[in-house]
Design a protein around this ligand. Structure first.
Ligand code: ATP
Ligand code: MG
Length: 535
């Protein structure tokens, strides 16, 4: 996959023509929820662009709506950006600019570019018109500058009720662009703000705040998602009317959508509130704290965001591609180990009962300098129930009654007898081994097709292993539904003693199974071994 980034093409051209002399970007989340993978695309784009051009990137909280915002979210957003590996040049809050924004509003009023309007929200909507019909001027549109200044000061002073008056830009009620039909700049809200407390009872709107925050910070490229394309004329109007020359340029790109993944904060919040998941950081969630807990390495997430490219047209990325990037990363970085999810006992009757033997086990054949670790072999082992069949289909290379396989890094064994319980379930396999078939020094001349992973039954430790499947499943008719079986816990799993002792947060490739991370005395699945991504 060759990645492309049209924004970098634009910047290259601007730099070479001298239109800009440097690059300053910002990542501007609203602190009203946890970040998801879609935000990672924006983070990588904004911070990555600054790094690429030797510029700067700010983290700015767009906190103009005190009703929906919370400090909890601010902390989590900072943590997520740092986790992805980026450092902001400056940290700002749009609310840091409330005084300046107020002064700019006064300036607009004095220029005759803004007015106080007494229409209700309902009436404003009616007067605005539609896509096919022009709007109507507000009866308050021609108030004198003095009256507007007086009323706006009174709004700030708490003289009116919520919804009683707003400040509007005076642009053009007949503009084909609805955003230019005298948009609201300030509304009255008697709400405490996490940053400014009760200092303000009027709050600037997003459309007014965003361009000015960018301009105040000296942002050169204000990168945002496509839904803001229609807001660009208003963005430019505000920047120009407030006297900025060579102000920031807004560039829109397509949001990231991933198949079978819903990233809307509202939907994710519902899953949390309804307890369909353990919380925002449930490993099945597409939130950044969720995939961090899942064990996705930040390098893999960055790699994914870069490889999908940046384009102007909306599209959907296969969920398998994110997993592919994670798998590629883990394949190179993870140690190999053995764990048996559904154990059945193997007793090797011709191996001395009190003997143990240390065997060499390659920790990661994909990485040249990773070396070997020793594992202990003995007469009682576990293999996975899936690796044995009493009635094998054709071309079954795993173990069968009378059949032979190699145990990874150890010996070839033959299944001589099968002990079943009353219910017919296989309880134990009685096997023999070939002493001259040891891995690396095999002189037995026996050829087998299957190689199975195993765990020493005397030294292995019981630990829960948790696997996942998609949290969301596509239903017929295209409807998406929450999958009630998206998590499976294997209580009988057995792991190498090495895995039992390793610290929390360490990731492994379990041979023939998948990638797992240790978390609170259990192993949870990061990604399956098998690649479903179709290049
Ligand atoms: P949501 O719609 O999920 O609630 P949002 O757009 O309201 O997200 P913000 O906090 O406003 O969330 O987003 C911060 C930045 O991240 C914005 O610049 C926004 O455009 C960008 N962003 C949000 N979702 C995506 C996405 N799916 N793909 C790319 N960028 C995104
Ligand atoms: Mg938003």
């Amino acid at each position: 996959m060759e990645s492309t980034n049209f924004i970098h093409d634009i910047i290259d051209e601007e730099l070479s023509s001298g239109k800009v002399s440097g690059v300053y970007t910002r990542f501007p989340p609203e602190p009203n929820g946890y970040l998801h993978i879609g935000h990672a695309k924006s983070i990588v784009l904004n911070f990555g662009t600054a790094i690429k051009y030797g510029g700067k990137c700010n983290l700015r909280f767009d906190d103009t709506n005190p009703a929906k915002e919370d400090i909890e979210y601010i902390e989590s957003i900072k943590e997520d950006v740092l986790w992805l590996g980026f450092k902001w040049d400056a940290l700002y809050f749009a609310s840091d600019y409330f005084d300046k924004l107020y002064d700019f509003a006064i300036r607009l009023i004095k220029q005759g570019d803004a007015y106080v309007c007494d229409l209700t929200a309902e009436e404003i909507k009616l007067y605005r018109g539609t896509l096919t019909e022009g709007g109507k001027n507000s009866p308050y549109r021609n108030r004198s500058i003095e009256e507007n200044l007086e009323l706006f000061t009174q709004m700030k002073g708490g003289k009116f009720k919520e919804g009683q008056r707003v400040l509007r830009a005076k642009i053009d009620m007949s503009s084909p662009n609805l955003n230019m039909r005298d948009p609201v700049l300030y509304r009255i809200l008697y709400k405490s703000h996490h940053n400014t407390g009760d200092k303000w009872c009027i709050y600037p709107t997003y459309d007014y705040t965003h361009p000015l925050s960018d301009a105040i910070e000296g942002i050169t490229h204000s990168i945002c998602t496509l839904e803001f394309e229609d807001h660009r004329p208003l963005y430019n109007w505000i920047v120009e009317k407030c006297g900025f020359i060579n102000g920031p340029r807004q560039i829109e790109f397509a949001r990231l959508n991933i198949t079978n993944t819903i990233m809307s904060k509202r939907f994710l919040k519902r899953l949390v509130d309804e307890k369909q998941v353990d919380g925002w950081d449930d490993p099945r969630m597409p939130t950044l704290c969720g995939i961090r807990k899942r064990g996705y390495p930040p390098e893999a997430v960055r790699d994914f965001c870069e490889r999908i490219g940046v384009a102007k047209g909306n599209s959907e990325v296969d969920e398998g591609f994110l997993e592919h990037c994670v798998r590629e990363n883990l394949n190179l970085s993870c140690q190999r180990a053995m764990a048996v999810i559904n154990p059945i006992k193997v007793v090797i009757k011709n191996y001395p009962q009190d003997k143990t033997e240390l065997l060499n086990f390659a920790t990661n054949p994909q990485s040249k300098d990773s070396g070997v670790r020793q594992i202990e072999f003995c007469s009682e082992l576990y293999i996975d129930a899936d690796d044995f069949s009493l009635n094998p289909p054709p071309k079954y290379f795993r173990l069968t009654k009378g059949g032979m396989v190699r145990l990874k890094g150890a010996y070839i064994i033959k299944c001589e007898d099968v002990i079943t319980a009353n219910d017919g379930n296989v309880e134990c396999l009685i096997c023999s081994y070939f002493p001259d078939s040891k891995s690396g020094e095999d002189t037995s001349g026996i050829k087998v097709k299957g190689v199975l992973h195993w765990v020493n039954a005397k030294k292995g430790r019981n630990m829960d292993i948790v696997t996942f499947s998609s949290l969301i499943t596509a239903q017929s008719g295209g409807q998406l539904q929450v999958n009630p079986q998206s998590r499976a816990v294997f209580k009988n799993a057995v792991v190498e003693p090495y895995l039992f002792q390793c610290p929390d947060g360490m990731s492994f490739q379990f041979l023939r199974t998948g990638y797992f991370i240790k978390d609170c005395n259990k192993f949870t699945e990061i990604v399956k071994l098998k690649d479903t991504f179709n290049k």
